[in-house]
Write a protein that binds this ligand. Structure first.
Ligand code: SME
Length: 163
């Protein structure tokens, strides 16, 4: 699907008053997983309270055991620290990688910023080797911006408050 069309669809999901924060994020994950054939698993992780760890908030695809990821661990944990996009064409070439399924061959993680603060990320796994391009990075960065604006407007932050 073309990027502008996808962004317009997500803007519609976000504006739909029938969806709350959880269901909006869920719908975005499902939409991406269903409409991009190289997106086999799509999820949003957010910082867990004041802990130095990520917690899974929403996903589409096979359930994962890795619902909590310490900062620095795996591709996701590295992005929590680096604040930079991480595209992994072949997961076999990565030492610091957390395997969710033997079918996963590649991964892309794009940080999600609210007011310049890295509060979470979108994470996508693919069963193909080296499927991600600059177009994916561009699309996912723009979706994260849409989600950041939505979360601010909903006053949904922090996603996981401290207990
Ligand atoms: N592979 C990730 C772990 C999360 S799963 O992909 C859902 C990583 O190395 O951080």
């Amino acid at each position: 699907m073309n990027t502008d069309k996808a962004l317009a669809h997500i803007a519609q999901l976000i504006e739909n008053p029938a969806y709350n924060t959880q269901s909006t994020l869920d719908q975005i994950c499902v939409f991406l997983q269903e409409n991009y054939s190289h997106y086999d698993w799509v999820g949003f992780y957010f910082r867990n309270g004041v802990k130095e760890e990520l917690k899974l908030k929403s996903f589409a695809g096979e359930p994962t055991d890795h619902t909590i990821i310490p900062f620095g661990k795996g591709i996701c944990g590295q992005v929590a620290v680096s604040n930079k996009n991480f595209v992994v064409p072949d997961v076999k070439a990565q030492d610091n990688y957390i395997a969710c399924s033997i079918n996963v061959k590649s991964e892309i993680v794009i940080p999600l910023f609210v007011d310049q603060e890295n509060i979470g990320q979108i994470d996508i796994d693919s069963h193909l080797v080296d499927p991600f391009t600059e177009e994916d990075e561009n699309l996912l960065s723009k979706i994260n911006q849409q989600v950041a604006d939505f979360l601010k407007k909903e006053k949904a932050l922090p996603i996981f408050p401290s207990n």
